[in-house]
Write a protein that binds this ligand. Structure first.
Ligand SMILES: Cc1cc2nc3c(=O)[nH]c(=O)nc-3n(C[C@H](O)[C@H](O)[C@H](O)COP(=O)(O)OP(=O)(O)OC[C@H]3O[C@@H](n4cnc5c(N)ncnc54)[C@H](O)[C@@H]3O)c2cc1C
Length: 466
C-alpha cells in the first residue's frame, strides 16, 4: 500500500486545475487518468462543437441572399467530409497540445489508469493500492443514452462519436433539444442535412422565459431544413443502416414512424461515477445514492473527499470545472482550512444563431410580481436593420423594490457578449440608473441593453406589472 497526501482522479479540466493547486502544497500526490488525455472540452465538447458550428455558419452566410450584389451559390454542394476533417484537425491540435502540456508538467505524477475505491480513503488500480489523506474526484460526465437506444457508431451516436463521422448524411434525427442538441441540430441543418429534432419538454436550449421561448421557436421554425417537435419522445424500433424510430407526441398521443441515416443522442449527461465503486467508499449518500456534497466547499459529508467539475453534478460548464478544480485541490491539500466557492453570477450561453443566453436569476426563479421585465427587440435596432434583419429579443429582469438588475434571458445576436456585459452589471450590483450610466456605442447590439433598461425604467416609474 502506498500513502498519498492527495489523489486526483481524472485529468480533465477540473482534475488538471486541482493538480496545479495541490502541487503548490505537497509533492506527495498522484493524478490518475484512465482515458485519453486532452480533456472532454478539447476532444469532444466545447471546442469541436464550436468549430463545427462556425463552419456551418460560414456555409449559411455564403448562401445568404440578403445582401444584393453578393453572389450566392446555394447550388454548390458542401464537401462535408472535408469540413469534418477540418474540425477534427482543429480539435486534434488543441487536444494534443493539452495532452503534451500535461505530460510535461505532471510527468512523474501522472498514472495512466482507472482507479476505484477499495475502501474508505483507499483507491486501487492496476499499479497498486493507495491510502489517501484526501481525494479529489474529477471524473467528468458521460452522455446519457435514452432507454431503448444503443450506440451503433455509423448510425446512432452521442457527441462522443459525432465528430468522428466522415460525412454528414442526408437525414438526421436529433434526440434532445437542450443546449448541445439545438446547437448541433441547427448547424447540421445549415450544412444541408434534413434535421428532425425532438424534445420531451416544451422548451429548448434551457430557456425559462415564455416570451423568449416563443420568439426562439419562431426562429427555429424559419430555419430551412430543421423541423422541431416539442413534447415528443423518440423510441427506437430497430437499428441498422437506417434506424427506424417512432416519435410520439406526449400531449396528443399521435405517433409517427420514420427512418433516418443518423441519430444523434443528446439527451443530457450524468456524472461519471459508475466505475468508482462508491459503495466501497463509506461516503454518505443522498436518496439517489449520490454522495452528499457541500456545494460551497465541494467536500463530501464527514470525509476529505472532494468532487470537482461535471462529476460534482453542480454546474456542468467549463468555467465551473476550472473554478471547482482549483478549490477542490486547495481544500484537499489543506482540509482543516477549507475555502468556499466564490459566488459567481450564473451565466450560460448557447451558440445557436442567434445566441441563447441566461445570466443571473432566470425568469423561472424570480419571485412572481416582484420584478419588471425590460424588453428590447433587435429587429428595430440600428445594427439589426443594417445587418439585414438579424434577430434578437432581450428581457432584463429588474427588482421592483431595489431597482437592481436581477437577471436576463435572451435569444439575441451577440448574446454571448451581451450576457457578459449584463453579468458585469449584476456583479457590480447596479440598479437601472447605474446601468444606464454606462456608455453604449452606436450602432452596436449592446444598444439593446440600453433599450431594455429604458423600458424597465418606464415600467418601474409607471408601476407596471411584470
Ligand atoms: C458537445 C459538448 C459541448 C460543450 N460545450 C460547452 C461550452 O460551449 N461551454 C462550456 O462551458 N461547457 C461546454 N461543455 C461542457 C464542458 O465540456 C464540461 O463541463 C467540462 O469539459 C467538464 O470537465 P471535467 O474536468 O469535469 O471532465 P472531463 O474533462 O471529462 O475529465 C474527466 C476525466 O476523468 C477521467 N476518468 C473518469 N473516471 C476515471 C477513473 N475512475 N479513473 C481515472 N480517470 C477517470 C476521464 O477519462 C476524463 O479524462 C460541452 C460539453 C459537450 C459534451
Amino acid at each position: 500500500m502506498k500513502n498519498l497526501d492527495v489523489a486526483i482522479v481524472g485529468a480533465g479540466t477540473a482534475g488538471l486545475f486541482a493538480a496545479a493547486s495541490v502541487s503548490r502544497k505537497t509533492e506527495n500526490f498522484l493524478l490518475f487518468e484512465g482515458g485519453p488525455l486532452g480533456t472532454t472540452c478539447a476532444r469532444v465538447g466545447c471546442m469541436p462543437s464550436k468549430g463545427f458550428i462556425h463552419a456551418a455558419n460560414a456555409v449559411f452566410a455564403s448562401r445568404d441572399p440578403r445582401v444584393p450584389g453578393v453572389p450566392v451559390r446555394p447550388d454548390l454542394p458542401v464537401d462535408t467530409g472535408k469540413l469534418l476533417g477540418h474540425v477534427r484537425a482543429l480539435r486534434d491540435g488543441l487536444a494534443s497540445g493539452v495532452a503534451a502540456r500535461v505530460e510535461k508538467r505532471f510527468s512523474e505524477k501522472l498514472v495512466r489508469e482507472n482507479v476505484s475505491f477499495a475502501g474508505p480513503m483507499t483507491l486501487s488500480g492496476p499499479s497498486g493500492t493507495y491510502a489517501c489523506k484526501a481525494i479529489v474526484l474529477a471524473t467528468g460526465s458521460e452522455p446519457q443514452v435514452p432507454p431503448g437506444f444503443s450506440l451503433e457508431p455509423a448510425t446512432i451516436v452521442t457527441t462522443d462519436g459525432f465528430f468522428e463521422l466522415r460525412q454528414i448524411p442526408a437525414g438526421v434525427l436529433v434526440v434532445g433539444m437542450g443546449p448541445v442538441g439545438i446547437e448541433l441540430g441547427q448547424a447540421l441543418a445549415r450544412l444541408g442535412a434534413s434535421v428532425t429534432a425532438v424534445e420531451m419538454t416544451a422548451s429548448s436550449a434551457g430557456i425559462s422565459d415564455p416570451g423568449i421561448e416563443a420568439f426562439f421557436k419562431k426562429i427555429l421554425e424559419s430555419e430551412k431544413n430543421l423541423s422541431c417537435r416539442f413534447r415528443t419522445s423518440a423510441r427506437l424500433v430497430n437499428a441498422g443502416k437506417r434506424p427506424r424510430v417512432v416519435l410520439e407526441n406526449l400531449e396528443t398521443g399521435t405517433k409517427e414512424e420514420g427512418r433516418w441515416d443518423l441519430i444523434l443522442l443528446v439527451s443530457g449527461r450524468r456524472p461519471r461515477v459508475a466505475g468508482l465503486h462508491l459503495e466501497n467508499s463509506g461516503l454518505a449518500t443522498d436518496g439517489r445514492g449520490f454522495p452528499v456534497i457541500d456545494p460551497k466547499t465541494l467536500r463530501c459529508k464527514d470525509m476529505d473527499v472532494f468532487f470537482a467539475g461535471d462529476a460534482s453534478g453542480l454546474r456542468p460548464f467549463y468555467h465551473d470545472a476550472q473554478e471547482q478544480g482549483v478549490l477542490a485541490g486547495k481544500n484537499a491539500s489543506d482540509p482543516k482550512n477549507p475555502s468556499g466557492l466564490v459566488s459567481r453570477i450564473p451565466l450560460t450561453i448557447v451558440f445557436t444563431r442567434p445566441n441563447v443566453a441566461a445570466v443571473g436569476t432566470r425568469f423561472s426563479n424570480l419571485e412572481p410580481g416582484g420584478f419588471v421585465t425590460g424588453e428590447a427587440d433587435f429587429d428595430t435596432s440600428g445594427r439589426g436593420i443594417l445587418e439585414c434583419g438579424k434577430k434578437g429579443l432581450l428581457h432584463i429582469f429588474v427588482d421592483k423594490k431595489t431597482g437592481k438588475i436581477a437577471g436576463a434571458e435572451m435569444a439575441a445576436e451577440a448574446g454571448e457578449h451581451i450576457s457578459h456585459l449584463l453579468a458585469a452589471i449584476i456583479h457590480a450590483g447596479l440598479d437601472v440608473e447605474g446601468a444606464l450610466s454606462i456608455p453604449y456605442y452606436h450602432p452596436t447590439y449592446e444598444e439593446g441593453v440600453q433599450g431594455a433598461l429604458q423600458d424597465a425604467k418606464r415600467k418601474l416609474t409607471a408601476g407596471t406589472a411584470s
